[in-house]
Design a binder for this molecule. Sequence first.
Ligand code: ZN
Length: 190
Amino acid sequence: MMLEIVKYGHPALRKKGESIAALTPEIKNLIVDMFETMAENHGVGLAAQQVGVAKQLAVIDVRDMTDRPSTLELDGQPADPATIMPLVLINPEITPVSEPVTGPEGCLSFPEIFADISRPGMVDVKALDGKGKPIAFRCGGLLARAIQHEKDHLNGVLFIDRMDKKTKAALQPELDALHAITKAELSQKK
Ligand code: ZN
């Protein structure tokens, strides 16, 4: 089932997600719906907050992004990132293992707004997968960027919080307009 993606200005985006204690049928359905919603919107990542659910859950799939490569290491050995796609991350923990690199980012909660963001180029990731099984890997490139972007969502942090001042100032009119539209839509629903 397609879910509504909430936009900047919606309070759900600022909520820290609760840790998931058990893979209930409700969570399993949410995962299926989040993948469907992400694919329909041509995203590479989607956090539960973006569909209005404040839980430590994100879905990722970078396979279509052939122009922006990803790297993966499993047990210290290089591996094809496709082997872990589509990727479910439950209660993820991330440790940066390299210097920051700058690259372009967008967000389904900020339609048509893009900016360069600096983030560690490579990270170690530990999480539970969609079956509740522990997974651990090291990744770089787009996958590392996407995972860090989604992990931020799970903490109520948005990519505008990571923009440098000049970039954010240039986008401020668009951000204010989006925020106002979202607030107006929310007040109509009440
Ligand atoms: Zn996002």
